[in-house]
Design a protein around this ligand. Structure first.
Ligand code: SAJ
Length: 434
């Protein structure tokens, strides 16, 4: 194995996964080149700064850039290991779009040489790693690719593997090292080569399998969480209709040794749990009614919260109302696919300047709010001036507000952070079976 300082690694995509991964590898002493299509991202990293908020990432990036082990560029260069960490969104019809992966692979193909290892980390539909291999075979007929028929297929010039990231925003640097990794090789030899690489910085167990099993494992993990959150969200609708406190029910049910219900909320956001289950549905639409329904339950929770918040605001004619939080979850600055943002935007479009937004992780309101009249204010101002409050994110800052500072406000608490808050409205009568 190469000494750490002799290893060159190229990370394609310097987003929420690529940049922390590049920095952690650079910390081992390997020479890391981070490639991104956005010049602003490249310039920011090269100046030792970060374009995303993640605990301790700024200090790590500034350290490895100063030490000379991490640099960024819009152009690729030859390396021993290529790690692809680009987005895999879905189209309007929920079909996965692996265009960025194939584009990144095309870029890699231009500099690929005998002995290199290519690892895909982006969450991907089952079969994507083999598609990348086929693309390499087409673009580089001078190199042998693994798992294609022919003599010595296990000993191809290039190793190709899939190793999904599993880190939780807010804990990325810790989880990158501590979490177990599933490493799927196109062939067992590919998996072993990728394993040797991850062993350099992962302290969790590294388990090898096939590329397809690793791809499906990642999708199964996020679909599992989505289904379980959907159960909690559905329970919250039933509990609301019955005038029961869902948070108390879940707390009590979770005292059962084999029950562990997740938390309801205003819906499921982020770029993973709200997206990845669709990859399974798209691959096997006839076998996935549960996964599809969970997605629909979680998406419909947003509409339910908008309706509830509208009732609350209508009951306070003319008064300012505070929406607490825009992020897709607590204590981060990531607003992608955020149900909190969707709810607040819908309310801002309907109630205009009456809507005040409190988001400690935003310096300004996102562009989508332009023309609505809504304003960004701080928490203390909201507590002093708003007659109604809609809690959409469980940021620690919001949790810390004592009852006496919010007792006078009508509150819709979609995250259950203020259990002592009096319920402002009678539940909407639902059609319950007698
Ligand atoms: N949420 C709830 N109730 C809960 C838990 C979460 O409503 O009890 C909501 C959150 O508020 C948020 C959404 O679900 O809107 C997703 O948050 P999350 O914390 O469940 O997950 P992510 O998207 O931050 O990260 C997930 C993780 N996957 C799993 O836990 C199986 C992470 O490990 C993955 O690396 C990440 O997806 C990814 O990149 O795929």
């Amino acid at each position: 194995m190469l000494a750490d300082t002799d290893l060159s690694v190229c990370v394609l995509g310097l987003g929420y996964i690529g940049l922390p991964t590049a920095a952690v590898i650079a910390r081992t002493g390997a020479q890391v080149l981070g490639v991104d299509v956005t010049p602003h991202v490249v310039d920011t990293v090269n100046s030792g700064k970060v374009h995303i908020e993640e605990v301790d990432l700024d200090a790590l990036v500034s350290g490895v850039v100063a030490r000379g082990t991490l640099r960024a560029s819009t152009a690729i260069a030859p390396a021993d290991i290529f790690l692809i960490a680009v987005p895999t969104p879905f189209a309007d019809d929920h079909q996965p779009d692996i265009g960025y992966v194939l584009k990144a692979a095309t870029t890699v193909a231009a500099v690929l040489k005998r002995g290199d290892t290519v690892i895909l980390e982006s969450t991907s539909p089952v079969g994507t790693t083999e598609q990348v291999r086929d693309l390499f075979a087409q673009l580089r007929p001078d190199l042998t690719m693994p798992g294609r028929s022919g003599a010595n297929e296990g000993w191809a010039d290039v190793a190709i593997a899939y190793c999904p990231e599993r880190v939780l925003p807010g804990r990325i640097l810790h989880e990158l090292i501590a979490n177990d990794r599933v490493i799927g090789g196109i062939t067992p030899r590919c998996a072993r080569k990728a394993l040797a690489f991850y062993r350099r910085f992962v302290r969790g167990a590294c388990v090898t399998t096939t590329a397809k099993a690793a791809e499906m494992t990642k999708l199964a993990e996020n679909a599992f969480r989505d289904v379980n959150i959907a159960f909690a969200n559905e329970l919250s609708l039933v509990a609301d209709a019955m005038g029961v406190d869902v948070w108390e029910v879940i707390r009590l049910a979770n005292r059962h040794p084999r029950v562990s219900i997740l938390q309801p909320g205003p819906g499921v956001g982020g770029h993973c749990i709200a997206v990845d289950p669709w990859f399974l549905v798209a691959a096997a639409p006839d076998c996935t009614p549960l996964i599809r329904t969970a997605r629909e339950v979680n998406d419909s929770k947003v509409e339910h919260v908008i309706a509830e918040a509208t009732r609350l605001i209508d009951a306070q004619p003319g008064a300012p109302v505070a929406c607490l939080g825009l992020a897709f979850k607590a204590n981060i600055d990531d607003f992608r696919e955020s149900p909190a943002l969707a709810v607040t935007l819908a309310l801002a479009r309907r109630f205009g300047a009456r809507v005040k937004v409190v988001e400690p992780y935003a310096a300004a309101l996102p562009a989508a709010f332009a023309g609505t009249g809504a304003a960004l204010i701080d928490l203390d101002t909201a507590l002093a001036t708003c007659a109604a409050m809609v809690v959409l994110v469980d940021h620690d800052l919001f949790r810390s507000v004592p009852l006496e500072e919010r007792a006078q406000a009508a509150v819709l608490d979609t995250r259950g952070i203020w259990p002592d808050q009096p319920r402002p409205l009678a539940p909407v009568p639902l059609r319950l079976a007698s």
